[in-house]
Each structure stands twice: as C-alpha cells, then as structure tokens.
Ligand binder design. Structure first.
Ligand SMILES: Cc1cc2nc3c(=O)[nH]c(=O)nc-3n(C[C@H](O)[C@H](O)[C@H](O)COP(=O)(O)OP(=O)(O)OC[C@H]3O[C@@H](n4cnc5c(N)ncnc54)[C@H](O)[C@@H]3O)c2cc1C
Length: 415
C-alpha cells in the first residue's frame, strides 16, 4: 500500500468546485424544506436542488472514467461526498444512494448492459435516480443466511424469457422515482435459486424504468436526513428480460459485498463531513462567545481540550477513510479491512464528536436554530445504515480475522 494520499491538482480543483456548489446551492435545502409536513412531500421539494447537482456534473463525476464518467477513483468520490454532505446530508444522500444503485452495474455489468442502462446517468440533464434494493421488512443483516433462516425473501422466477420478481423492500431511496412510475434503475437483490447454498442463491437484477408492478407502501419518517426519501415498497409480478442479471445468475452475494465494501469507505467520510461542520461551528462559537464571563470560552482549558480531542478524531477518521479509498483503488489486499474499519470508526466517531461539541456550545446547541442538533440527527444513522455496525460490519471484520491466512499486517502493507 502506498502512503501518499496527497490530493492531486485535479482533486484540489474538484474539492473547490464541490465546496462552492455546496455553499451556493445546498445551503438552500434546509430553509426550503424544513417546514414542509410529510416525509414524501419534503423529499419531493428537493428535486430542483437535485437537478442542479446533476447539471453541475456531480453524478458524472461519481461514475468511473472507464464507464464514460469523470471519476478517477474513490478519493474523488470521497472529496465530493465530504464537501456536499458537510453542507446538506439529505440531497447528498439522494446522490450517494443513486451511485450505490449503480454500483452493481458498474462493478459487474457487461459492456452491453452498461451501454443500455447507464446513459441517463451520464447526461447532465434531468434528475436521474437509481436505487440498490437490498433491505427487506423483517431485517437484512442475515441476507445470506442458510435455511432455516430466511435470508433474502424477494424471489425472482424464470418465466420464458423473463424474470418475474415478487417481494418487499424497505429503506430504499426513492424507488418509485419523482413521479411514482419507478426510478430510472433499480438493482434488486433477489433469491433466484431457493435450493442453492446462500453464496449462490442470490442474484442482482436490473429493473429499468418504467416498470409496472412497483407498489408504494410507506415513506419512512427518519430521525435525520429529513428531506431524503426512504421507502417501503412491493414488487408485484415485476417482469424484466432474462438478460438483466448483473454479475451472473447466483452472483448476487458477491456483487452486493463488492458494492457495500466501496460504500463502507465513503461512510467514514460522511462521518468526517458532519464532524467537520460541527467543529467549524463550535470553534467559532468558542472564540466569539463569553457566555457572561470575562473571556471567550475557548480560554477555558476544558473547552480547549474538548476541541483538541474532536479535531484529532476528525483527522484520524479522514485519513483512515482516505487510506481505505486508496487501497480500494489500488486493489490492495487489505482494502476490505480498511473500508470496514473506516465505516465503523468514522460513523461512531461522528455521533460521539458531535455530542461532545454540543457540550462545548451548551444548551443553545439543542435548538434547531443552531446547526448542531440537525447534524447529530443526521449522524445517528451512520452506524445504522449501509449495513449496521452491529449486525453486518463488525461481523465482516470478524469473519475476515477468522479466515485462514488472515494476517494482521496486511491492512497497512506491513508484510
Ligand atoms: C438514509 C438511509 C438510506 C438507506 N439506503 C439504503 C439503500 O440504498 N439500499 C438498501 O438496501 N438499504 C438502505 N438502507 C437500509 C439500511 O442500510 C439497512 O437496512 C441496514 O443497514 C441493515 O440493517 P441492520 O444491520 O440493522 O439489519 P437488521 O436485519 O434489521 O438487524 C437489526 C439488528 O439485529 C442484530 N443482528 C442481526 N443479525 C445479527 C448478526 N448476525 N450478528 C449480530 N447482530 C445481529 C443487530 O443488533 C442489528 O443491528 C438505508 C437506510 C437509511 C436510513
């Protein structure tokens, strides 16, 4: 593993571009949506902001150069995520959810499938949405469980030249699109062989728009990401051509694992983004507020030490996440371990650091008039989503460490 993770001039310029876009456009999302009642209506009101994100090229910049986009690697993705997410988690989550929805196509699609399904996402027009549909009512931490566990319950059965898909999914970002007719692309984890061993029983099937049979059930009313839509929905006899399997029939477990390894490194960066926003606010508060005393509160040692601890954690989380991104780009043998660690560390650090910074600011941080309460609401999901840290992520690390030939030196290239 190489240790040089200095941003290139192109990545610096991407960083400044994303920062300026976030400042100019995304600062408007919360004021435009916070007073709208209903999770669905709030999310639908973000469409103009999402369209601007697409027009500014941030979807193209998240798609690898080899597939026709402009992303040179995971560090590019990390830079974009940090800048956008630190200003608005909701609309950025809609972008990231779509990129995750594309990962099975990008990682496992054939050239023909990519040529057919990717073009709407390469254009800088409209508001294209993709969703990776894995989570199901009743839980998905054990999606690969053998019988008598249920594993993935959504089934796809061959009928002539088509797959017929039936099942329910939940916590899926905008699967019915902006108009209820379906996202531009759903990548749906299905059980395609009820008798096969778990590692060969699942497939990821591409469901393009428009698709009859997608039935809305519920808009989740989440604690954070208040203007991002997560949905429970049903697939009722959804028919797609037999050639829509991504990564081969029975290859679903591998495709899902590869997709979630890439996002793990990015969740670490999402934690950094929220911590960074909280730190900037708390530092300014500490330097300018006396709270009735003689000196700005940063002069009190307790405040200074709390800020020092927070900043140390932020830099550690960013470097671990960047190292994971670089290792994924280099296909280093320790990449998966670093990615899982970045996810666990960055996500849990965000909840703790933002809470600590709220203590620095004190009681006023509890009011949504200041940004810290909203940042904490957004941060709480980081250990829970993208594979919960309890049910999925720690188990992935545990399994890695149990595996034959695991070396504790591999992650940092120490062999
Ligand atoms: C904003 C947002 C966006 C999302 N985007 C997507 C998306 O794009 N696509 C998608 O498919 N989902 C998405 N989700 C859903 C989410 O990523 C997953 O459903 C979630 O990470 C899996 O939940 P879980 O690990 O809590 O699993 P569950 O199965 O619900 O498990 C619950 C709990 O059971 C325990 N548990 C279960 N099994 C084990 C085990 N083997 N070992 C130890 N403990 C265990 C753990 O305590 C675990 O936390 C999103 C959610 C949100 C809020």
């Amino acid at each position: 593993m190489s240790i040089d993770i200095t941003l290139t001039p192109a990545q610096k310029s991407l960083q400044h571009e994303a920062r300026a876009f976030a400042h100019d456009v995304l600062t408007g999302v919360v004021p435009a949506t916070r007073d709208i009642a209903g999770a669905e209506a709030r999310a639908m009101a973000t469409k103009p902001f999402y369209e601007k994100l697409i027009a500014a090229g941030f979807m193209r910049k998240s798609i690898p150069v080899e597939a026709g986009g402009e992303c040179s690697g995971m560090i590019d993705a990390a830079v974009i995520c940090e800048e956008l997410y630190s200003v608005d988690a909701s609309v950025t989550c809609t972008l990231i959810g779509s990129v995750l929805g594309l990962y099975p196509l990008l990682l496992a699609g054939s050239p023909g499938q990519i040529a057919e399904l990717l073009p709407p996402f390469l254009a800088k027009t409209g508001a294209p949405l993709a969703s990776f549909c894995s989570s199901e009512p009743g839980g998905s931490a054990n999606a690969g469980s053998p019988a008598p566990g249920e594993g993935v319950r959504t089934k796809a059965v061959l009928d002539g030249g088509h797959w017929v898909i039936n099942g329910r999914k939940q916590w899926i970002p905008t699967p019915l699109g902006w108009d209820g007719k379906g996202a531009d692309l759903l990548t749906v984890v299905c059980r395609t062989d009820p008798d096969a061993a778990p590692e060969h029983a699942m497939s990821v099937i591409a469901v393009p728009r428009p698709t009859p049979g997608l039935v809305f059930e519920h808009a989740h009313d989440g604690m954070g990401h208040r203007a991002h839509l997560s949905t429970r929905f049903r697939l009722d006899n959804v028919r797609v051509p037999v050639g829509n399997v991504l990564g081969g029939i029975g290859g679903g477990a591998k495709v899902a694992e590869a997709s979630f390894t890439a996002t793990a490194a990015l969740v670490g960066i999402l934690g950094v983004a929220l911590m960074r926003a909280a730190f900037a606010f708390a530092l300014n508060f500490a330097k300018t507020e006396r709270r009735g005393g003689i000196h700005p509160i940063i002069e009190h040692q307790a405040v200074g030490y709390a800020l020092a601890d927070a900043k140390t954690t932020i830099e550690a989380a960013r470097f671990l996440s960047w190292a994971a991104c670089k290792a994924l780009d280099d296909q280093s043998p320790g990449a998966a371990e670093l990615a899982y660690q970045a996810k666990i560390f960055g996500s849990e650090a965000a909840v703790k650091v933002i809470t600590d910074l709220m203590r620095v600011v004190g009681i006023d941080s509890y009011d949504h008039e200041l940004p810290l309460a909203g940042l904490l609401q957004d941060a709480v999901v980081l250990p829970l989503f993208d594979g919960g840290n309890m049910g999925v992520r720690r188990r992935q690390l545990h399994n890695l460490m149990k595996s034959e030939g695991y070396s504790p030196l591999t992650a940092w290239g120490g062999e």
